[in-house]
Write a protein that binds this ligand. Structure first.
Ligand code: IPE
Ligand code: IPE
Ligand code: MG
Length: 247
């Protein structure tokens, strides 16, 4: 029996976030360049998005490029940007066929102009799809997002008369890039690294973390199902006692 059959469809996470890591190491294992690894990572994106949509996951958020990734060698950054534009362009049909709405978070204005335009066009062309929201985190980091939220709260005209007490967790969340999404219940990171690398710090406060040694280009639907089965074996207590949860 595969992992898919073990999934309890009544207890699916509504939002899954993924730190897609290990492209470079996967490429090195084949004696290839890092860019070759990124190219192959696209297949895993397609597989994962398809698996999530088929299961009925509401939101899938993929960490594609961090604020810190801008500091990689120019050659790699340029290749990644080209890969993003080409992929986004090529996948419009598949997104529409699978009824998936594309979304993006991060400092999108810092992307090269062509990337930004193609991204916005694709988001627009998929805006009526309602099976799943696929969010790409691009030029994203959680500290950037949180700092930006504070700036926007202060400069928002509606807030000029704001009292300190009015800043609640809910109020603050509304200024994050993810204001229209529920928090992820499950965060997956591939490649064996056990860190968050500046991803969704606020939103994962109570997410279940799942680390797998599989390198991103080798990550399959079956691996995705395994992560969900593992998630379903956990007791989410939110600070309560196990007895309280069970009664
Ligand atoms: C993840 O793979 C993709 C991005 C960060 C863009 P890496 O490129 O980080 O691969 P490793 O971690 O060096 O193997
Ligand atoms: C995190 O991976 C960012 C993305 C997956 C886009 P990194 O490879 O950049 O993270 P570190 O440097 O290992 O923490
Ligand atoms: Mg990495």
């Amino acid at each position: 029996m595969g992992f898919k059959e073990k999934i309890n469809l009544d207890n699916l996470p509504n939002h899954i976030a993924v730190i897609m890591d290990g492209n470079g190491r996967w490429a090195a294992k084949q004696g290839e360049s890092r860019v070759f690894g990124h190219e192959h990572g696209v297949n895993s994106v397609r597989e994962t998005a398809e698996a999530a949509a088929e299961l009925g996951i509401g939101y899938l958020t993929l960490y594609a490029f961090s604020t810190e990734n801008w500091n990689r060698p120019k050659f790699e950054v340029d290749a990644l940007m080209t890969l993003f534009v080409d992929t986004i362009q090529r996948e419009i049909e598949t997104l529409n066929k699978n009824n998936i709405r594309l979304n993006a978070i991060g400092d999108l204005k810092s992307l090269p102009g062509e990337n930004y335009r193609k991204l916005m066009d694709t988001i627009d062309e998929t805006r009526n799809n309602d099976r799943m929201v696929l969010t790409l985190a691009m030029s994203y980091s959680a500290r950037w997002e949180i700092t930006e939220a504070v700036r926007r709260i202060i400069t928002d005209k509606e807030n000029q008369q704001l009292n300190a007490e009015e800043i609640t967790e809910n109020f603050f969340s509304n200024y994050l890039n993810t204001n229209d999404m529920p928090d992820p219940e499950l965060l997956i990171r591939t490649s064996g690294e056990k860190r968050i690398s500046n991803f969704l710090l606020w939103q994962i406060a109570y997410a279940e973390l799942y680390f797998t040694p599989i390198l991103w280009p080798e990550f399959t639907k079956e691996d995705f199902y395994e992560a969900i089965v593992n998630y379903q074996s956990r007791e989410r207590r939110f600070g309560l006692t196990s007895e309280q949860i069970k009664s």
